[in-house]
Design a protein around this ligand. Sequence first.
Ligand code: 13P
Length: 253
Amino acid sequence: MRTPFVAGNWKMNPPSVAEAEALASALVAEIDGIDGVTCVVCPPFVALPAVAGALTGSAIGVGAQNAHPETKGAFTGEVPLGMLTGLCGYVIVGHSERRQLFGETDAFITAKVGAVLATGLTPILCVGETLDERDSHRAEAVVRRQVSAALAVVDAGQAGSVVIAYEPVWAIGTGRAATPDIAQEMCAFVRSEAAASLGSNAADAVPVLYGGSVNPGNVDSLAAQPDIDGALVGGASLVAPDFAAIVRAFSST
Ligand code: 13P
């Protein structure tokens, strides 16, 4: 059985390190006593040390939102994985905002997945189609391409160290989550594509999350779906009681 997994992607929030530290401390109090869920928060890079400090001794893990696949070099503005080891256990890779706003390609994302695993960290690989791709019946083809490209560098033995989040672009930040049926269907599809790359035993070990406007009001119907193992949460992860409510919903599944 897979352990439910809930991660908060804070994106470029909150606006200061002091507020990030305060949010982390608030989460410790809210999430205390919720068992059976792997819980992770992903603040902006500069806030990682303060947030990791505030979470020391708690059950909440820390992740980065990005990393560069090279170990060092002339890559202005980028952060190497060697600066993240010891500070966090997870790295979000291939978020749709990175794909769309910063032009990240499948090949670049694949290189990141390989580098994150080689560093001993766990990639949280994001995949998902745009509204145009869904409307033109290309959702599965897009997600197949994204999953198979990224998993090409993953061995079946590493499957327990990979998390995949299905995040339809049209549901992110819109307040309109995918219906539980669509989310279930696509998360099941992600797992079947993972099985095509890694074999079905290995794919069964991979947590598949849903992301896109998850909130305390819609999480129960999403968490009830058999192929949704958790959530990748944006806006609601910035409100400690809301994030705790989402984590709690998965603790009872
Ligand atoms: P929202 O929960 O704000 O829609 O963001 C989802 C997301 O992009 C998480 O990575």
